[in-house]
Design a protein around this ligand. Structure first.
Ligand SMILES: *Cc1c(COP(=O)(O)O)cnc(C)c1O
Length: 422
């Protein structure tokens, strides 16, 4: 994008002047507070955001690089890893929880691949590969590029879940890891983690479960009795799992957790060097200097909500998602892609020559609804969160009206941009 630039001012400016400019810069941003943005922001209500803001302000200046200087950051990080691990079966086999906090889902996946590469190198593999389905997050391909690991993508089945036989067939002596998603971002389906874990155990390789999206949702859906599918570290063969606190943990951006099945694997995430005039340097993340505010935000979020709050938010969100999914199933021109198990799903046209779903997206956007677009097949992508609940009846109305208004007209714009650079 082409942004106008504001130069470094010659003179100091007042606090009020700077804050006024910041507010003005936000004028074209999506107004997520109304619940019309299905993605990017996870909203547990204005009181919750006020808490997150205060927690972040308390740790505005501190640096997570050094927990000896700021033990509070070490304590909060430890709590977050422990409680996430317990939620995701990390202690199912009598082991303690081993893992680290990262800056987000992407970094958790990058670290899982780096660990797998280093383990494979340890057994003499020169050019390791990992195997994941086309539905697994784009960050695996990013990891491959960064760490010189070949990423072998195998197809998904008709149900949009990873094709486990294709995974098995793709394994080579240089394979370091297989990947399962719980849930996959594009269609919100859970791969067959039991089969993929068994495959990994059989071949003596690692298995990562990407629960960045589902990690703070599926366990509560299970506790609510609405889901009964094993997907976490308690599944034999699964060696690591990632879960994003900044998604359904309702924390501010910049926090995810990566847990391992053993302390030995977790240690591969640690970087240490003593070859520097600056002294002994150890770090478990990509970043050196590290913001403490997101960690404080995540800690405040889960401590304020507790199991009770997370169960309530999950139930309300799942109800809203179910209402939208039911409306899609009931509409003759629409269909769901695959069988989404939670609040993340894709909506396609039943007949894509009769209805252009991207034209529907444009009509919705004109009314202020933000839904993402995907391809293979052309579809709308929705992430329903607690903040969507209040807007759900209006959204279902808007969707039905948009389809009626669009008729058979099509749009030229076929773009499916998910992430953009700067
Ligand atoms: C969001 C997501 C990621 C990436 O997380 P970021 O926090 O955007 O870096 C990875 N995998 C899945 C399944 C996701 O939903």
């Amino acid at each position: 994008m082409d942004f106008p630039s504001t130069p470094l001012p010659d003179r100091r400016q007042s606090r009020d002047a700077v804050l006024a400019q910041l507010r003005d810069l936000k004028r074209d941003d999506r107004k997520w507070e109304e619940g019309k943005v299905f993605g990017l922001v996870y909203d547990a209500g204005p009181e919750h955001h006020a808490l997150l803001r205060d927690a972040m302000a308390l740790f505005e200046a501190e640096n997570g690089l050094n927990v000896l200087a700021f033990p509070s950051i070490g304590l909060m990080s430890h709590d977050l890893v422990q409680l996430t691990g317990r939620l995701l079966g990390a202690n199912a086999h009598g082991t303690s929880v081993a893992g680290h906090l990262t800056s987000g889902g992407t970094e958790s996946l990058l670290q899982s691949v780096k660990v797998a590469r280093d383990v494979a190198r340890g057994r003499g593999v020169v050019r390791p590969n990992i195997i994941c389905a086309t539905s697994a997050h784009a960050a695996f391909t990013k990891a491959g590029q960064l760490f010189d690991v070949d990423v072998i993508r195998v197809p998904v089945g008709e149900d949009f879940r990873a094709d486990v036989s294709a995974m098995e067939a793709a394994i080579t002596p240089d394979t370091a890891m297989v990947v399962a998603s719980a849930v996959s971002y594009p269609q919100g389906v859970i791969d067959d983690v039991t089969a993929i874990g068994a495959l990994a155990a059989d071949r003596g390789i690692l298995c990562h479960v990407d629960a960045c999206m589902g990690g703070f949702f599926l366990p509560f859906l299970t506790q609510l009795g609405r889901l009964d599918v094993p997907f976490d570290l308690s599944v034999p063969g699964v060696t690591s799992i990632s879960a994003d606190l900044h998604k359904y943990g309702y924390a501010s951006k910049g926090v995810s957790v990566l847990c391992f099945s053993s302390e030995e694997l977790a240690r591969h995430q640690l970087f240490v060097t003593n070859d520097w005039l600056g002294g002994f340097y150890a770090s478990t993340t990509m970043a050196g200097t590290k913001p403490a505010s997101p960690i404080a935000s995540a800690w405040a979020s889960v401590m304020a909500l507790g199991t009770e709050g997370l169960l309530e938010l999950t139930a309300a969100t799942d109800d809203a998602a179910t209402a939208i999914k039911d409306a899609v199933r009931a509409h003759p021109a629409l269909r769901l892609v695959g069988e989404p198990v939670m609040s993340v799903f894709a909506i396609a046209a039943e007949n894509s020559t009769a209805l252009d779903i991207f034209a529907v997206a444009e009509r919705l956007a004109a009314e202020g609804w933000h839904v993402d677009r995907q391809h293979h097949p052309d579809s709308l992508h929705l992430t329903v969160h607690a903040g969507s609940v209040k807007a759900t009846p209006a959204f279902i109305d808007a969707l039905n009206r948009a389809i009626a208004d669009v008729g058979t007209t099509r749009t030229e714009n076929r773009s499916t941009t998910y992430a953009t650079g700067d």
